[in-house]
Design a protein around this ligand. Structure first.
Ligand code: FAD
Length: 448
């Protein structure tokens, strides 16, 4: 990217990216009276409720593959990945406090109070999820309703469109916080891509960005890089922090599916129940892919998958289980848009374990062994590309003074959990820290 800036804007805080991390900091700081500008590379998509809606809101329409050929998807729209996410909620692991002295309890509680987070009621557990839960429990698994960031009163039990934007407005997305920020005076610049952080004598003084009308400099004492697990390391690399993006983790996922003879076709809310083998980093949840995703995953499997494409027409009768597995921090995010992310042996073993358990449950639930298909592995939840304790200090400040990173990138190590509750809590913590340091600065100036 290159060009002469055509205009200059001024703010107290400029934020690159409007996913859960950026939107939360924007909301908390603008509510505290700061002049905030949020730059979001994506559009404010409003066409929700179809698989194509999801494709539209994914980075490069979902065509993002690692150099090793692994499919890794992320969001590119106002609100970031939260607009296409499944709305699964997991609390941050205890090691944040034990190993990094970061206590998120207050912020997690705050988020749970603001947003109705919890299991969906019985009325929203459809027949497929119920049957899978019954069989899993007979096998001795602790299979139970999972916490979701979904308002049950707005959620239709026969709708399976959580990841297509949720046109009912039942699922919490970061757009809610973004809209709160705008109501409190924040300025949202859409289709505006931050190139790099501007510095003077090692301190951040703003960002350089390209919007719909050309290049601009946005001057601010505080810069928050919140462009997500892929976007943030690239901005920081262009700003001279070359270690950003050296190593990162994702969560690999895989569906095991099959038509059940005794299951009548109907749609239902996915991922309402499951089991978390937290020590191992493996989560299983009842969920079957929608027809287009099913076709895409079969297509990616090559000739073996193509031979099964007719199964896509049985999706109404399909029972499915999704496995999510913890990956290791390795690979690399490159400036040219490419990245490397291999699947290591340990992760492969967990995916296999997940598939075997899923196959057992599904057979008990009425799927014939020969009808079972383990679909191609895919990945989301890119984390740990700008880690606390390495490139970032405990307050998420980069080596550039006044430049912070706040999104999934800051997670310090191997992960294996849906990360949104953790990101929002870390972002609330950062906003409190920034507000307190400004107050301390003002008090010091008054005393002086
Ligand atoms: C299909 C799918 C399902 C998921 N399900 C769940 C789930 O059930 N539960 C859960 O907790 N998590 C889930 N996730 C993960 C979750 O959505 C992400 O972890 C979360 O959104 C990351 O938040 P973030 O703050 O890192 O920013 P992101 O959500 O990654 O957003 C970053 C934003 O920055 C913008 N951006 C990028 N580069 C620039 C730039 N240079 N300048 C300006 N803007 C830029 C992007 O357009 C994007 O909007 C899912 C993700 C996907 C893709």
């Amino acid at each position: 990217m290159n060009g002469t800036p055509t205009r200059t804007l001024q703010a107290d805080v400029v934020i690159a990216g409007s996913g859960p991390g950026g939107a939360t900091v924007a909301r908390e700081l603008s509510r505290r009276g700061k002049k905030v500008i949020v730059c979001e590379a994506g559009k404010y998509h409003k066409w929700f409720g179809y698989t194509l809606s999801m494709v539209n809101m994914l980075d490069r329409k979902g065509m993002t593959f690692s150099r090793e050929g692994n499919w890794v998807v992320s969001g590119r729209t106002a609100g970031g990945g939260s607009v296409v996410y499944g709305g699964l909620a997991f609390r941050p692991p205890g090691w944040f406090k034990e190993k990094y002295d970061i206590d998120l309890k207050e912020e997690v509680d705050e988020f749970y109070e603001e947003v109705p987070i919890g299991p969906l009621p019985d009325s929203h557990i459809g027949p497929a999820a119920r049957k899978i839960m019954e069989e899993a429990r007979k096998m001795g698994l602790d299979w139970k309703p999972l916490d979701r960031l979904i308002r049950a009163e707005k959620c239709r039990p026969d709708c399976d469109q959580c990841m297509s934007g949720c046109k009912e407005g039942a699922k919490w997305t970061a757009r809610e916080f973004l809209e709160d920020a705008v109501v409190s005076g924040a300025q949202l610049l859409l289709q505006t891509e931050v190139e790099r952080v501007l510095t003077e004598s090692g301190e951040a003084v703003g960002v350089r960005a390209r919007g719909r009308d050309g290049w601009m400099n946005i001057l601010a004492d505080t810069v928050i890089v919140s462009a997500g697990g892929f976007g943030s390391p690239r901005i920081l690399q262009r700003s001279g922090l070359y270690d950003a993006g050296h190593g990162f983790a994702v969560d690999f996922g895989r569906y095991v599916v099959g038509p059940a003879r005794n299951h009548s076709p109907q749609t239902e809310v996915p991922a309402v129940a499951g089991v978390n083998f937290s020590e191992e980093g493996l989560i299983l949840a009842s969920a079957a892919p929608k027809a287009m995703m099913y076709a895409a995953l079969l297509g990616l499997a090559g000739p073996r998958g193509w031979g099964r494409l007719q199964k896509v027409f049985q999706t109404g009768r399909t029972l499915g289980i999704m496995a999510i597995t913890r990956d290791r921090v390795e690979g690399r995010i490159n400036l040219d848009g490419s990245f490397s992310k291999p699947i290591d042996e340990d992760c492969q073993a967990k995916l296999n374990k997940g598939a075997v358990i899923a196959e057992q449950i599904l057979q008990e639930a009425g799927v014939r062994r020969e009808d079972l298909t383990a679909l191609t592995v895919f990945a989301a939840h890119q984390v740990a590309s700008v880690r606390i304790g390495e490139l970032l200090d405990k307050d998420c400040q980069t080596p550039i003074k006044g430049c912070y990173c706040m999104d999934a990138s800051v997670i310090p190590e191997d992960w294996g959990l849906p990360p949104v509750v953790t990101i929002v809590s870390l972002a609330k913590r950062l906003a409190k820290h920034l507000a307190a340091s400004v107050e301390a600065k003002v008090a010091a100036q008054e005393t002086a």
